[in-house]
Design a protein around this ligand. Structure first.
Ligand code: SF4
Ligand code: SF4
Length: 270
């Protein structure tokens, strides 16, 4: 933690953590079960090592165990992501000096120790402290947490819609109630369970095609002759793909209901 980063988003508490920038989600199948299988395998292999002298051997064994395909070829999927706690609630760097006692071992990864040590993702700079606190307080497991804390549009657009409706900035002192936490958990859970999620090659607002990636778009005017949804950024973050205008309208209703539930709980604090 530092004055610039009062909340350590990578490892915020004992219940979850994030390894998104280590390539954890960069798999074609990045479902919870698929990533759990990868982290399980990497953890088991790594902590069976009796020495760190032959990490290439570890890497080869790990590659043979993984039955998945990279989503975007040029993003590195670090083989050293594993569980760093005995309860397997926290994913993190198995080469970290706190785990190995050796500050140089991260030079065995593609990025090297310096980059691994000094990287702070946009969640640190783009999310406000209340937004960071809201995610940390209401997302309770590593899989969903890593998806949400790195999805700047999802988090910011939720609070922007709330603040536009209530006509003022959110007061962080009013966020700490069970009903507000439940409303936020309910909204953030959409990130994992979204009825209109595109089937292929998406990760948040990005879609991938061979060695290229682009920001996804919903063609409102072209498909249905309507202007963009007020929830456009949220819908794109959720990887939405709509076959009909009715599906879009249903999605908008779901999101509006979550925002309204939050505002109702928030207003009860006055
Ligand atoms: S993506 Fe951000 S929060 Fe997650 S581990 Fe990397 S720097 Fe930390
Ligand atoms: S070595 Fe670097 S990229 Fe790999 S898990 Fe550790 S911090 Fe992430």
């Amino acid at each position: 933690m530092s004055a610039h980063h009062p909340i350590m988003l990578c490892q915020p508490d004992a219940h979850k953590s994030c390894s998104a920038c280590c390539g954890l989600y960069n798999w074609v199948d990045h479902s919870r079960s698929a990533l759990t299988a990868i982290v399980d395998a990497q953890t088991e292999l790594f902590f069976a090592l009796t020495t760190y002298d032959n990490l290439d051997n570890y890497r080869n064994q790990r590659n043979r165990k993984i039955n998945n395909t990279k989503l975007f070829e040029t993003i590195y999927n670090c083989e050293f992501v594993g569980y760093i706690d005995s309860e397997h609630k926290k994913v993190g760097c198995m080469l970290h000096p706190a785990v190995t006692g050796n500050p140089e071992l991260r030079n065995h990864c593609f990025y090297g120790s310096k980059v691994c040590n000094e990287h702070f993702c946009p969640g640190f700079s783009c999310l406000t402290t209340p937004e960071q606190r809201a995610v940390v307080a209401t997302v309770h497991d590593w899989y969903l947490y890593g998806l949400v804390i790195t999805d700047i549009d999802l988090v910011k657009e939720f609070f922007k819609n709330v603040e536009n409706t209530i006509g003022e900035s959110i007061k962080v002192s009013r966020l700490d109630t069970p009903k507000i936490h439940a409303a936020l958990t309910d909204f953030f859970t959409l990130k994992e369970h979204w009825k209109f999620q595109a089937k292929e090659n998406r990760l948040g607002k990005y879609y991938f095609s061979k060695a290229e990636y682009n920001i996804a778009r919903i063609e409102y005017t072209q498909k249905w002759g309507i202007p963009p949804s007020p929830f456009d950024k949220i819908l794109i973050s959720l990887e939405s793909d709509f076959a009909t205008k009715e599906e879009l309208e249903e999605a908008e209703t779901i999101i509006q209901d979550k925002i309204t539930a939050f505002i109702d709980a928030y207003n009860r604090q006055v």
